[in-house]
Design a protein around this ligand. Structure first.
Ligand code: FCB
Length: 439
């Protein structure tokens, strides 16, 4: 059996997001977010649930950090809720909200766990949505002010700052197909929102560094690599087009300083308003890039192949394809001039069961992790500068439009009792971390 050793300073972590775990949606002065509003609208979420309570992490954070310590995590990626600290998105500060993140950060540091903070994992203050949300340019400036507020409070202890999690999902699911909050289905709004997300990113990079010059700043992008259905040139071309159309908007803006020409043609009249200087603001040099990887697309001249013979699929209907992660890392490395990469999310939803021995024997999730660790290590040997890996997710949690029907955690959460139970995958992961190697 081959042993894959990792560099001594490789960062092993796990990730969560505020709305998916915190609960306490209206406690201690928190304002409403677009996700609170969306979930409280009947028919939006598969099981009609919401993140009102979720994993109640707001009240269980001490226990959750203790769990992370038990797992031996070196880092924890979490997001802060904008409306928890600025209930209306701007103006009046909620001190209790800031205090919560302050305590969380101190508890993490006390446990020797490095905080990786994401400022926006989709929970826009509802008050700002009423002003047009991301279609309103002013919201980008409000975001930069929020970034400055957070770094003023936490910058002495938090080194790693991420502006946005997956802007493509905000744009696509939030403004184009409406499956996510705020639930719009409007291509023009989607493009404008996409550009303002980028502008907000650039403004926030500047704001963060303006307050804490030593802050390490990045963004998290989700990329689905596109493999051709065969070696046939028409399939290869179709796959390349699919990638260019669907996967390059944000990558090109940030790392090349312009949006892809192909998308300009595609958007037609829906092309957003872009002001002079915006692209330079967007394309500032970053200290790291976060990559979220779950699966790939397989595409041919006849379209997407939705069911690959012999392939394994997760509960999300996503093909398990670890080899595509190595290819993706190499492709990104070849086509862009990237800063160091962290895999900021990777994981799988399976229908777990608690067996008579009181455990969750989630071999499939364990194997998913193992295969993706190995492919990450191989990509590093190919020359890609990957510095760390964060499992999605630390905890089972509220999976957006799917509610609580999908479990991604390496730790199980019993939503009735809020009990946490480390799954086999979590136990195995902690051994990987301790030995810094995968077999
Ligand atoms: C990503 C999200 C994360 C989680 C996983 C499964 O797109 O960033 O919050 O929902 O998918």
């Amino acid at each position: 059996m081959t042993t894959y050793k990792f560099p001594h300073n490789f960062v092993w972590g796990a990730a969560t997001a505020a709305y998916q775990i915190e609960g306490a949606w209206n406690e201690d002065g928190k304002g409403e977010s677009i996700w609170d509003h969306f979930c409280h609208t009947p028919g939006k979420i598969e099981d009609d649930s919401s993140g009102d309570v979720a994993c109640d992490h707001y009240h269980h954070y001490l226990e959750d950090v203790a769990l992370m310590r038990r797992l031996g995590l070196k880092a924890y990626r979490f997001s802060t809720s904008w409306p928890r600290v600025l209930p209306d998105g701007r103006g009046k500060i909620n001190p209790a909200g800031l205090d919560f993140y302050d305590r969380l950060v101190d508890t993490l540091l006390g446990a020797n766990i490095e905080p990786y903070l994401t400022l926006y994992h989709w929970d826009l203050p509802y008050a700002l949505h009423l002003e047009g949300g991301w279609t309103n340019r002013e919201v980008a400036y409000a975001f930069a002010d929020y970034a400055a507020l957070m770094v003023k409070r936490l910058g002495d202890r938090v080194s790693y700052w991420t502006t946005f999690n997956e802007p493509a999902v905000v744009m696509g699911e939030g403004y184009l197909n409406g499956r996510h909050a705020p639930g719009l289905q409007d291509p023009k709004a989607a493009y404008q929102a996409g550009h303002h997300l980028m502008l907000a990113h650039g403004l926030a990079v500047q704001a963060l560094r303006g307050v804490a010059s030593e802050a390490l700043v990045g963004i998290v992008l989700n990329q689905w690599p596109v493999d051709p259905a065969s070696d046939n040139p028409a399939d290869i071309q179709a796959a390349r087009d699919f990638w260019d159309k669907g996967e390059t908007f944000f990558l090109d803006a940030i790392f090349k300083g312009h949006y892809p020409a192909m998308i300009f043609d595609l958007a037609g009249d829906d092309w957003p308003t872009i002001k002079d200087g915006d692209m330079a603001m967007i394309a500032q040099k970053l200290d790291f890039m976060g990559l979220n990887y779950y699966s790939r697309h397989l595409v041919g001249a006849k379209g997407r192949v939705n069911s690959v013979p012999g392939a394994e699929y997760t509960e999300m209907g996503w093909e398990v394809c670890p080899l595509a992660l190595r290819r993706l890392l190499n492709q990104l490395n070849d086509e862009y001039n990237l800063p160091p990469i962290y895999i900021t999310e990777n994981g799988s939803a399976f229908a777990d069961v608690v067996t008579a021995d009181g455990k969750v024997h989630d071999e499939r999730r364990l194997d998913y992790l193992r295969q993706h660790f190995i492919q990450t290590r191989l990509a590093m040997q190919d020359g890609v500068d990957v510095r760390g890996y964060f499992a999605w997710s630390l905890l089972d949690n509220f999976e957006w439009g799917y509610g609580y029907t999908k479990r991604f955690g390496i730790v199980r959460v019993d939503y009735d009792t809020q009990e946490r139970l480390i799954k086999d995958s979590g136990d195995w992961y902690s051994k990987v971390i301790a030995g810094n190697e995968v077999r």
